[in-house]
Design a protein around this ligand. Structure first.
Ligand SMILES: [Fe+2]
Length: 256
């Protein structure tokens, strides 16, 4: 396990004969579960103190991911239909890292996003932007030995929602990460540089720390841009520590 995620890191605790990892949660980085400006958190946030349920052998050892079920074509959101989707073709790539920079290999990275017009292929999304018959908006990939992932997709459009008058979500891609078991899941969003909509977005601004907010913004990557093909954006995801990515409450991973 050298060079990769070590479940039995210092700070692990033992419960029922099983060694469990234990990590401090950084304060003031992750958004509050109840953020008044983000109105739907009123009903979603827990009103009782959280009870931590110990993970036992069953949760830690299975079910585990079936890597053979993830096909290379799952990472190309522009090649899932008979034609190509409308929009700006982009490459989104990066690494999944531990706080000390070690890569997390074998993690399942899933993405979902709106099309170029800002509409999801979902029955609840009925605002009058066109659906694209050549774009489903979902993809997945397993990180390699260096913790790297890479998607080809199109740049999503901004879309309106009902949080407040004239509310628009900045363009974003939703990310879900699974470790080696399905109980190890983290959810976050990736934004694009210089989006003019950040100022009025309560989800982006629910992260109070400015530097933590900036870590949700991808970096335009000219070196990985492919001539006559696609622009590229780099988005590293750090699991914990001072440079940790901002993660959402698991119940909060709908299409907003
Ligand atoms: Fe969304």
């Amino acid at each position: 396990m050298t060079g990769t995620h070590d479940l039995f890191a210092p700070g692990a605790i033992t419960r029922g004969g099983v060694v469990l990892p234990s990590f401090p949660v950084p304060q003031g980085v992750h958004p509050a579960l109840d953020t008044p400006e983000y109105q739907s958190t009123k009903l979603r946030h827990p009103t009782e103190p959280l009870v931590l349920l110990p993970q036992r052998l069953g949760e830690l050892t299975g079910p585990v991911l079936g890597e053979d079920r993830v096909r290379p074509s799952d990472a190309d959101l522009t090649a899932q239909h008979s034609g190509e989707p409308i929009g700006q073709r982009i490459i989104v790539h990066g690494r999944v890292l531990e706080e000390d920079g070690r890569p997390l290999r074998g993690a399942l990275v899933e993405v979902w996003q709106a099309n170029a017009g800002g509409r999801y292929r979902h029955q609840w999304d009925q605002w009058p932007a066109p659906l694209d018959p050549n774009f489903s908006g979902v993809g997945r990939v397993i990180t390699d030995n260096d913790g790297r992932y890479r998607f080809t997709t199109i740049k999503p459009g901004a879309y309106p929602w009902r949080n407040h008058p004239n509310a628009w979500r900045p363009a974003h891609i939703h990310f879900s990460l699974f470790g080696r078991a399905f109980t190890q899941r983290l959810v976050t969003q990736m934004y694009f540089p210089d989006d003019p909509l950040f100022f009025q977005d309560p989800i982006y601004n629910s992260v109070r720390d400015e530097k933590a907010r900036e870590r949700m913004i991808s970096r335009f990557d000219y070196e990985q841009t492919e001539d006559h093909w696609a622009l590229a954006f780099e988005f590293d995801i750090v699991l914990r520590g001072d440079n940790a990515s901002v993660f959402e409450d698991e119940e909060d991973d709908d299409d907003e």
